[in-house]
Write a protein that binds this ligand. Structure first.
Ligand SMILES: C[S@@+](CC[C@H](N)C(=O)[O-])C[C@H]1O[C@@H](n2cnc3c(N)ncnc32)[C@H](O)[C@@H]1O
Length: 370
């Protein structure tokens, strides 16, 4: 994610991800209430995996605190068991945890102020936890609730590090596209299976029996893997990168060796991965759509309301905030402004033809006891 204080950073450009947090709040509430009422923990341990920085990080935390406070207010059984909350905010070590920590004092004051007098908030403690969620992060059976939003579409390795020769066969595509050979599609799909199976195994070890996990991530509505929403989005980014070849701003060899470490699975692929693991029961599963343009739900009189051209710029800013470090690391920083200027135009033209949407998969899982 783009870090620092700039206007282009992730914290200032995460409205798309915030919409998913708001949309999944009822599923989160249900998972929190289930943990409270069935496990009755004295201290409920909650971990957000891939927390990043900005308003979204603490939006999740405040959601859990409010649900527990409201539940205690109304539920006699829960009220009799005083509960404390321990939050672990996890992300890769490069995440700006200090920015999160610096906002905690203000957060504590504002969450107290936002609750009516008479509603007692549960005591809560917030810690940072750097590390990859594709490794063990917690002792055995020590976490009651895992949450992760807009993260699990990321693969654990770069595609060229898994199999460099095959990765080159994708030519100037940077993700799975219409012309992607079957061997490259298989590379992506196998890596998704491996990552998902590892992730489920690790979280199963760390969750207490009966614990819950709510996962929200980018997926694919269309069963055809070459024709998903991410394929369209990244075909346009590949087109923008390709247009920079002629001016020497991007080298052909660099473009041919670049494949995004992402995979948007279908609902069937996700379901199969969970069932094969035999570690979790599916409590809830849905796919909802979210416009590429994070601002397209605003009213016409709002200046960010999208004409297709405006929408193109909004999408380019959102994508840049997430992928800039990866692109800068591979191609260099010199071409980023021009790349995203061209990308905004291409997306704008695409949005003039159709209202493009992401597919977002929501998965609420219950750890099988034993
Ligand atoms: C698009 S952001 C989502 C952030 C936040 N959850 C939200 O809803 O706004 C994805 C985050 O996942 C993190 N991430 C990606 N792979 C990870 C891994 N293997 N372990 C931990 N965090 C990871 C990234 O660093 C990034 O902060």
């Amino acid at each position: 994610m783009a870090v620092g204080q700039s206007e282009a950073n992730y914290a200032n450009n995460s409205r798309l991800q915030q919409k998913a947090l708001l949309k999944t709040k009822p599923v989160l509430d249900k998972a929190v209430r289930q943990v409270c009422s069935t496990l009755l923990p004295g201290a409920m341990v909650v971990a957000d995996l891939g927390c990043s920085v900005g308003a979204n990080t603490l939006l999740f935390v405040s959601g859990v605190i409010s649900t527990v406070a409201d539940g205690r207010h109304g539920n006699e059984r829960i009220r009799r068991y005083p509960m404390e909350l321990q939050f672990f905010l996890n992300d890769l070590p490069g995440n700006d945890f200090n920015q999160v920590f610096q906002s905690l004092q203000h957060f504590t004051k504002s969450i107290e102020a936002s609750h009516p007098k008479g509603v007692t908030l549960p005591p809560f403690y917030i810690s940072g936890l750097p590390g990859s969620y594709y490794t063990r992060l917690f002792p055995c059976q020590s976490v009651h609730l895992f949450h992760s939003s807009y993260c699990l579409q990321w693969r654990s390795q770069l595609i060229k590090d898994i199999d460099e020769k095959t990765a080159y066969l994708n030519g100037c595509n940077i993700y799975i596209a219409k012309s992607t050979p079957p061997s490259v599609v298989k590379l992506y799909q196998d890596q998704f299976q491996k990552d998902m199976s590892l992730f489920l195994k690790l979280r199963h070890q760390e969750l207490v029996p009966g614990g819950n996990m709510l996962l929200t991530f980018l997926g694919r509505k269309n069963p055809d893997v070459r024709d998903g929403d991410l394929s369209h989005l990244f075909a346009l980014l590949a087109q923008a990168l390709k247009s920079l070849l002629t001016e020497g701003l991007v080298e052909k060899g660099k473009l041919e060796s670049f494949n995004l470490p992402l995979y948007g699975p279908s609902m069937d692929e996700v379901k199969a991965a969970v069932e094969q693991s035999e570690l979790f029961g599916i409590e809830h599963m849905e796919l909802f759509e979210s416009s590429w343009d994070p601002y397209d739900d605003l009213q016409e009189h709002d200046s960010t309301h999208s004409s297709p051209a405006r929408g193109g710029m909004n999408v380019a800013r959102c994508i840049r905030a997430v992928y800039e470090p990866l692109l800068a690391g591979h191609f260099g920083e010199h071409m980023l402004d021009e790349l995203f200027r061209r990308y905004a135009q291409l997306v704008g033209r695409h949005l003039a033809r159709e209202k493009a949407k992401f597919s977002v998969i929501v998965l609420s899982l219950n750890r099988i006891r034993g």
